[in-house]
Design a protein around this ligand. Structure first.
Ligand code: SF4
Length: 467
């Protein structure tokens, strides 16, 4: 599964300080798990300075480059491509000039009506320099700014764009944050010594020594200026649609997302897995690192001893970076090795967060089996993924999703496990603690919170945002 992006916004009180770039840099480091293809920082000091490149935060930035980014305000981005190819032109923040100035924009999410909007803007004669949906947002905003003030322009923009978006912007000496009306992607605000920080995850706020204040509300516009914070609730929706995958896969366990510590949610899922799929096993082993917190919960509730059975080579990149199927299989072996002494002759409860294609799980089961495990029982902290995501996660096509075509028993056979148990949707929702109608569960139910051509929509139940 390809992760989404991560965004940051920093505003410091002391006009004239050039620390915004450095703080943004550290925050992006803390969000590196959300995107590894490209990264960028834009700062403001009477004009916008911008620098970006392909690769990790540590590959792109150094002291010299950061020094060039002047000012007490900044935004940053780490990217894993959703709409638009992986190339420097599509990296963010995106800088758009117009007759009254310039805007830098960083986007986490995906617009489902991106193609229609782009066609409309092109028909009006607007020129696009990227193939990312973020440029559509920037063009629409510029168009609105020519006829309205900033807040009205954001209101009009939000009425046009449909999909998921957590945005940070630099505009006219302000750092701005916007979250989509359903709150699909996370976004939170923290206070720092001398200013504020906006981030996709609270772990980045902790990293820079800040304190989490709250989440940006769905449909909210936040403006940071001169060390002050200003909030405008642009629209209200009766329901939200927070992506449940943030809790099971994407966000760091030490992040607090929409008021919930991700670690606690994963531990509770592990406990519920015991209630739903108890078994006789000798040891509980996580697939590192993704299954660790679930396995701790499973061990606590079942009383079965937790022990590591697999060791991760931390110097190998994420397997999904390698595009070809055969390369992914090699990558799994490079990345994981069994601790033979711990698993040999044992009945192993092997815990992971999700199964998407099944290929990685099969290789992992093979590794544990080759190390002498007597039985392998897989327990999975996310229900079967049966439908694609349209809101910014490039997980696989429906044809590639193993659970879209096979029963649980069929998947167990493919991956080679003696048994397989997924947490149920109700168990997942109970573990998160947010009512079902306020979560996006599209990829595990096939029912989406926003209309998608050819897919079932639960819009009737979700009262749409009021602007
Ligand atoms: S479809 Fe799945 S991955 Fe996509 S936003 Fe909804 S819950 Fe998250």
């Amino acid at each position: 599964m390809k992760e989404k992006c991560g965004v940051v916004g920093v505003s410091l009180k002391n006009g004239g300080t050039d620390q915004a770039a450095l703080i943004t840099y550290y925050a992006l480091y803390a969000l590196q798990h959300r995107g590894q293809e490209s990264t960028g920082i834009a700062t403001y000091d009477d004009k916008i300075y911008i620098d970006k490149g392909m690769g990790l935060v540590s590959d792109v930035f150094n002291k010299v480059r950061l020094k060039e980014l002047k000012g007490s305000m900044g935004i940053g981005h780490v990217r894993y491509s959703t709409e638009g190819a992986s190339k420097i032109e599509n990296s963010q923040p995106l800088l758009i000039g117009y007759k009254n100035g310039a805007i830098a924009i960083a986007h986490n999410g995906h617009l489902v009506n991106y193609r229609e909007l782009r066609a409309e803007l092109e028909a009006e004669g607007r020129i696009f320099i990227t193939d990312s949906d973020t440029e559509v947002i920037a063009h629409l905003l510029v168009k609105e700014l020519l006829v309205s003030d900033f807040i009205e322009a954001i209101r009009s923009l939000m009425q046009r764009i449909i999909g998921s978006y957590s945005l940070t912007l630099l505009f006219d000496g302000m750092v701005v944050a916007v979250r989509d009306p359903l709150g699909i992607k996370p976004l939170c605000i923290g206070k720092m010594d001398g200013g504020y920080i906006i981030s996709s995850e609270s772990a980045a706020i902790d990293t820079v020594g800040g304190t989490l204040l709250r989440d940006v509300c769905p449909g909210e516009l936040v403006i940071l200026k001169d060390g002050q914070i200003e909030s405008h609730r642009i629209c209200r929706s009766q329901n939200t649609a927070h992506c449940f995958f943030e809790f099971t896969y994407f966000a760091r366990p030490d992040s607090i997302v929409d008021g919930l510590l991700v670690y606690d949610v994963r531990r509770r899922i592990g406990e519920i897995l015991v209630e739903e799929h108890d078994l006789n096993a000798d040891i509980v082993c996580p697939v590192p690192d993704s299954g660790v917190t679930f396995a701790i919960g499973y061990s606590i509730r079942s009383g079965i001893r937790y022990i590591e059975g697999l060791m991760k080579n931390r110097y190998i990149g994420r397997t999904f970076i390698m595009p070809a199927q055969e390369m992914r299989e090699i990558a799994v072996r490079l990345k994981l090795n069994a601790i033979r002494a711990n698993v040999a002759g044992k009945r192993v409860a092997l815990i992971d967060d999700s199964i998407v294609r099944g290929t990685t799980s099969k290789r992992i089961v093979d590794i544990v089996r080759s190390a002498g495990a007597k039985e392998i029982h897989m327990r999975i902290g996310c229900p079967p993924v049966i439908s694609p995501c349209y809101f910014g996660i490039d997980m696989a096509t429906r044809a590639e999703l193993i659970a879209a075509h096979k029963s649980v028993e069929g998947i167990a056979l493919v991956v080679g496990a003696d048994s397989l148990g997924y947490v149920s949707i109700d168990g997942l929702v109970k573990s998160i603690g947010i009512p079902k109608e306020n979560l996006c569960l599209g990829c595990i139910t096939g029912k989406y919170p926003i209309e998608i051509p050819g897919e079932e929509c639960i819009r009737k139940q979700l009262r749409l945002a009021q602007f």
